[in-house]
Design a protein around this ligand. Structure first.
Ligand code: GLN
Length: 301
């Protein structure tokens, strides 16, 4: 029997709840919106509307995938992050809300640079680097929210680079965001220097990785999540390397996992090139970003 939008949502919510989803109503709404090719608010405008057979079949297919713990963002193929909508595939980590904190810090750093006025008149163009860009979420959000910055964004995964490039092109930001294949800082031209380096590297420790929920561990790229035994492997390469890649007064800002901020600040101190590092908490109150400015003695070698 043909179901209305509200019937379908009610039945799907119960079914997803029974199959273990933590946000069954939200999942059902997002998936039904996708099955109908509309946005979520459209569902509430006409809750009595009867689904077509095609919409119903599509919705059922999505629900079966969700029951197998596939993340909603992969089923839909896209995910919102700050003001932009990004294509996501299993080649890239799904952008997380806590990563918006890193974007906040980065925007503040950019705003404090020689100034939009200077950039507008062509005398100064801030250049930022996003290491391990994945979907491109950080680099593209920065470009979308700061009209002056230019960015280089790298990823070691070719498949991720392709997703990020498609996102840049679709958002009309390809002119200011140069997405390149490369391993951390290793493949950059030797003379390239940046005002800001940002990164959300893989930082989940081995034991926690094994205990991750199935929807993350079985679907999202291990390469983007697993940070070695203690989760800090990538910071150990990235932090010392960054010092030589920053312009005078440049800033390194990295996302960190819960409980890692002090260790990552210590890695910045050990690099011997930064002023004392600072922390910024995410909306849940967890220290989530560590950032440090190059000390004046070091001018990016
Ligand atoms: N915040 C992500 C998670 O907990 C991890 C992201 C990362 O390793 N950079 O799933």
């Amino acid at each position: 029997m043909a179901a209305s939008v509200s019937d379908a949502l009610r039945a799907a919510t119960e079914w997803l709840r029974a199959s273990g989803s933590r946000s069954p109503r939200r999942d059902a709404e997002l998936l039904l919106a996708n099955a109908r090719g509309v946005d979520r608010t459209e569902l509430f405008r006409a809750p009595e509307r009867v689904l077509t057979p095609v919409e119903e079949r599509r919705f059922d297919g999505y629900l079966v995938r969700r029951q197998a713990r596939e993340p909603v963002a992969y089923i839909r193929g896209h995910r919102a992050f700050r003001s932009i909508e990004l294509e996501v595939t299993p080649a890239v980590l799904i952008p997380r809300p806590e990563t918006e904190t890193l974007v906040d810090v980065a925007l503040e750093v950019l705003a404090a640079l020689p100034g939009p006025g200077a950039a507008a008149s062509g005398s100064y163009e801030p250049l930022a680097l996003d290491v391990g860009t994945g979907s491109g979420c950080i680099a593209l959000a920065l470009a979308a929210e700061n009209p002056y910055v230019r960015l280089v964004a790298t990823d070691v995964s070719e498949a991720a680079v392709e997703v990020a490039r498609r996102n840049a092109a679709r958002l009309g930001l390809g002119g200011r965001v140069d997405i390149r294949h490369g391993d951390l800082l290793d493949d950059l031209p030797s003379r390239e220097r940046f005002d800001l380096i940002v990164s959300n590297p893989p930082y989940i420790p081995e034991a926690e990785y094994r205990a991750l929920e199935a929807n993350v561990r079985d679907y999202e790229p291990r390469l983007a999540l697993h940070g070695g035994d203690d989760g800090l492997d990538v910071y150990r390469r990235l932090i010392p390397g960054s010092a030589g890649r920053l312009r005078p007064g440049g800033v390194l800002a990295v996302e960190v996992g819960a409980g890692q901020a002090a260790a990552v600040r210590a890695l910045c101190a050990a690099a011997g090139a930064f002023r004392p590092a600072q922390e910024r908490a995410d909306l849940a109150g967890t220290p989530r970003v560590v950032f440090a400015r190059l000390s004046t003695r070091h001018a990016g070698g």
